[in-house]
Design a protein around this ligand. Structure first.
Ligand SMILES: [Zn+2]
Length: 339
């Protein structure tokens, strides 16, 4: 993922918040959105309805952590690497083993990337009401944000960036296998998200762009909404509203953050605006499925992502079980209370 230039949407924000700043650069622009919207939105968390009727979802953070470790042990997981093929086989095996009704693979070749595979597992395939859960399973081939220039051409472990979202979804799949959901759940693991370049917005999320163009849904079976998990395992991570999620799927943001608050994760799910991110959810929203991105996008040290982002420090040592738990429990609770 990468921070997105917010020039056009920024104008709306300026208007709605009477923020008098002038946009100068990407960074200033994003920072201004964070400051201005945080200052004037002032949202409140759960409604009383959410807090009285909620059934807490079950989620095992140790299991999720082990799923991260299993991925990093395979090494880099991008097209052409042995770990990529090993991981593909393992993901299909795990999703099948946990009792998905169908596990589908979508093979293609992505520009500037190579052979790629999207994997989708469907639970309770007969249900009309469905939720789409997503993460990217590929890892960035270069640590191009590393402080040490000598490391910048080396591949990252992708424990957080890639590994954490996949791990949370695999643990969710395991839980759904134990206790099937009353709503339909489609778990989509996309490839070719993280080989993009700064100069080309469309070079990110190639796997999702392909999936959107070849969606498996009939008109009636489309998910009502989607949740993308990206970088959901950082140490002490806090999740602010991602800007485009707020723009395209505000009701989903409110629902998810309210549920997080209702089950005791208000410290992690902060009801304030964070940065805007060019990520998989952009393309899913454009295809007409309201989709939010749960992503650390307002870290105090960087103003955006976790400091390990696209560095060699994105490794298992920097994965926080408590973060995995807050995100996993929240999404499981969303699933168990879907109506
Ligand atoms: Zn990335």
């Amino acid at each position: 993922v990468i921070l997105q230039h917010l020039s056009s949407d920024f104008a709306d924000c300026v208007e709605c918040c009477n923020f008098g700043g002038v946009k100068k650069s990407i960074k200033i622009c994003v920072a201004a959105v964070i400051v201005s919207v945080a200052a004037c939105s002032g949202r409140t968390a759960a409604t009383s309805d959410d807090s009285v009727s909620i059934e807490r979802g079950t989620f095992d953070a140790d299991s999720a952590f082990a799923y991260v470790a299993r991925q990093t042990a395979m090494g880099p997981r991008f097209s052409g690497m042995p770990g990529h093929e090993e991981c593909r086989r393992w993901l299909v095996g795990e999703l099948s083993r946990h009792g998905a009704d169908t596990v589908m693979e979508q093979h293609a070749v992505a520009d500037g990337y190579g052979p790629m595979v999207n994997i989708m597992a469907r639970f309770n395939v007969a249900a009309e009401r469905r939720i789409l859960l997503m993460a990217h399973w590929d890892t960035r081939p270069w640590a191009d944000n590393d402080a040490d220039a000598a490391n910048r051409r080396l591949p990252i472990d992708g424990a957080n960036d890639g590994g954490s979202g996949v791990a949370v979804l695999l643990e969710i799949a395991r839980q759904l296998g134990t206790e099937p959901p009353s709503t339909g759940v489609d778990i989509l693991l996309v490839d070719a998200e993280d080989s993009g370049s700064q100069d080309d917005d469309s070079s990110w999320a190639r796997g999702t762009q392909y999936w959107v163009a070849h969606q498996p849904y009939q008109a009636s079976g489309r998910p009502g909404f989607g949740i993308l998990l990206d970088m959901v395992g950082g140490r002490d991570a806090k999740f602010h509203h991602e800007y485009f999620s707020r723009q395209y799927a505000p009701a989903v943001v409110d629902r998810v953050w309210a549920i997080a608050g209702a089950i005791g994760h208000a410290d992690r799910f902060v009801n304030r605006m964070g940065g805007g991110v060019n990520d998989d959810h952009i393309h899913v929203n454009a295809a007409g499925i309201p989709c939010i991105d749960i992503i650390e996008c307002a870290h105090p040290a960087t103003g955006s992502f976790n400091p390990t982002w696209h560095t060699l420090d994105d490794n298992l040592d920097n994965i926080d079980r408590a973060t995995l738990k807050a995100v996993g429990e929240t999404v499981m609770t969303v699933i168990r209370n879907a109506k």
